[in-house]
Write a protein of this length. Structure first.
Length: 311
């Protein structure tokens, strides 16, 4: 059994994970991200302690997903914007001082990719390209069962690959990243802009007349109900993601593409549309052979991912 820990800006989720990727005794606690480093560590240790106390098996390792930047080789959290409590903080070392088992640390998308390759939708494939589409877009690359970290541990930032150098500025400072164009945040923003510009849609009614409440879920409801504007917005996002995935296929030639994250559920009805578009957007003559599948793990991807780091 392993403990998987998923750290976010506002929460710490943790659970026991067995050798088959099954999760038990999950807990969720507030994360103290705007206090001292010790307070942040205390929240993580409390979550781990609760998980271990509820289980009846010996723990062989602890794996932790944390926002980056971080150094997966040393387990040091460098300077994540969403965790201001930690700057050059040796998280793996601090946890290992309390729990005398191996501790691994990596970013959430890398770890989730590994969990999907070990136990989920990517199981059995030699190489996996994983994308989580939610508030932002994160990616992980798995070759022969191992995360591809690159020279410094910073590889796999596929969400910050630009598909339009004249596009809007991303939070990373580059123009036209796929994250700023097709994430859940971008989809909701485009919907609000089109409604303000006079687009006729049922989405505003679904949001109770509150424009600010038009989010990705509302766009998905509108699409399911046949709303033309919601259909236009999601189809446009799917077209951009298809172009981006075509780039990833040309670069990596993966055996499978696994898509997770909250916004992935919105786009799932358009997976077939993307599959048909991709061969027209790649130079790889066999790109049609690359499966595009939904992830096994949803909101628990960080817990499973953390545990996968220990296997």
């Amino acid at each position: 059994m392993f403990v998987g820990v998923d750290i976010g800006g506002t929460k710490v989720a943790a659970g026991l994970v067995d050798m088959y990727g099954e999760i038990s005794t999950p807990v969720r606690l507030p994360m103290v991200s705007h206090d001292s480093a010790e307070a942040g560590l205390s929240a993580v240790l409390q979550a781990i302690a609760q998980v271990i106390s509820q289980g009846d098996a010996q723990v062989s390792g602890i794996g932790i997903c944390s926002p980056g930047p971080l150094d997966p080789a040393t387990g040091i959290i460098l300077n994540p914007p969403n965790l201001p409590c930690w700057r050059n903080f040796p998280l793996a070392e601090a946890v290992q001082k309390v729990h005398r088992v191996p501790v691994q640390v990596d970013n959430d998308a890398n770890a989730a990719a590994l969990a999907e390759a070990r136990w989920g939708a990517g199981r059995g494939y030699p190489s996996v390209f994983y994308a989580t589409i939610g508030t932002g877009i994160g990616t992980g690359i798995i070759f022969d069962g191992h995360i591809f970290h690159g020279r410094t541990g910073a590889a796999g930032e596929g969400g910050h690959v630009s598909i339009d150098y004249r596009g809007p500025l991303c939070g990373c400072g580059k123009p036209g990243c796929i994250e700023v164009l097709a994430s859940g945040t971008a989809i909701a923003k485009r919907a609000r802009q089109k409604i303000v510009a006079g687009g006729k849609s049922s989405m505003l009614g679904l949001a109770g007349g509150n424009l600010d409440a038009v989010n990705g879920e509302i766009v998905g409801e509108g699409f399911a109900a046949g709303d033309p504007l919601a259909t236009e917005i999601l189809t446009e996002a799917a077209d951009m993601i298809a172009l981006w995935l075509g780039n990833m296929i040309d670069l990596l030639d993966p055996h499978v593409i696994v898509i997770g994250g909250g916004a992935a559920a919105l786009l799932r009805p358009l997976f077939e549309h993307m599959r048909q578009r991709i061969p027209k957007l790649t130079v790889n003559p066999r790109s049609v052979e690359v499966p595009i599948v939904s992830s096994r793990y949803g909101a628990d991807s960080g817990i499973a991912g953390g545990a996968a780091l220990c296997t």
